[in-house]
Design a protein around this ligand. Structure first.
Ligand SMILES: Nc1ncnc2c1ncn2[C@@H]1O[C@H](COP(=O)(O)OP(=O)(O)OP(=O)(O)O)[C@@H](O)[C@H]1O
Ligand SMILES: [Mg+2]
Length: 233
């Protein structure tokens, strides 16, 4: 029996308006991602990868088309419901970090758990354990702007995992890391994918990571060139 896709995009288009001129950034994108895949998104700068992720997550509303995650139509949900949906099952690493500037690193990482109603002691323990995993526990009391780009990226990864997501969406999560740290992050993702059955969708410009992928998705000029699975490993 065929496994049902975890994520489906059907004929998704996304336009942004500049004055009266609409600019079509996503063009009739259809793709499927099965549960437990490690999907890697590739494509030139400006091709629409981040827009595709934001639309898939409901952070941007599609101009047309359907987005289905775990049998739920995201394109029909209200913003509050979308936020709750993301919080309960998706971890997100943004290309541009989006810290709450007044909070410490620890409180930023623990923040999703605060919204989920988890008590301070437990959320701080979980956030601290993740910071430690990525070697950032010594920076827990800093504010994010006091960290380097690479350190912020590690903290973002910790925050994305704090709610024990079933889906991890990562937009160039290793872009600011040195080769060794980046490889460590990739190994961690691989382990989470294999052992915790985390479904991963990751954008990268680094072709060396393609061997980690069970599915590669090429984006060019707002179009997905292969969506249903090129199995390289
Ligand atoms: N909020 C927005 N308003 C208007 N245009 C946007 C918006 N977001 C993205 N775009 C446009 O959409 C196009 C695709 O941008 P996107 O960020 O998705 O590219 P990308 O593939 O992620 O590139 P990169 O590899 O550089 O991160 C760009 O031309 C960009 O200017
Ligand atoms: Mg991008």
């Amino acid at each position: 029996m065929a496994i049902k896709p975890l994520i489906t995009l059907k004929n998704v288009t996304k336009e942004f308006r500049f004055g009266k001129e609409p600019m079509r950034i996503l063009r009739d994108v259809s793709l499927e991602i099965q549960p437990e895949q490690f999907a890697i998104l590739l494509g030139p700068s400006g091709s629409g990868k981040s827009t595709l992720l934001h639309t898939l997550l409901g952070l941007e509303h599609p101009t047309s088309g359907q987005i289905i995650i775990a049998n739920e139509r995201l394109d029909l949900k209200k913003p509050d419901d979308l936020a709750r949906f993301r919080l309960s099952r998706i971890g997100i690493i943004y290309q541009k970090s989006d810290w709450i500037r007044s909070l410490t690193v620890l409180d930023n990482v623990a923040f999703p758990l605060a919204i989920l109603g988890i008590r301070r002691k437990e959320r701080e323990a979980r956030a601290m354990a993740l910071l430690k995993q990525f070697g950032m526990d010594q920076r827990a009391k800093f504010i994010p702007s006091e960290l380097s780009g690479g350190q912020q990226q590690k903290v973002q990864i910790a925050r994305a995992l704090v709610n024990n997501p079933t889906i991890l969406v990562a937009d160039e999560p290793t872009g600011n890391l040195d080769t060794e740290s980046a490889e460590k992050v990739m190994q961690t993702f691989k382990k989470l994918n294999e052992e915790k059955k985390l479904t991963i969708i990751m954008v990268t410009h680094n072709m060396e990571y393609v061997h980690y992928a069970s599915q590669t998705i090429y984006v060019r000029d707002g179009k997905v060139l292969s969506g249903t699975g090129t199995f390289l490993s």
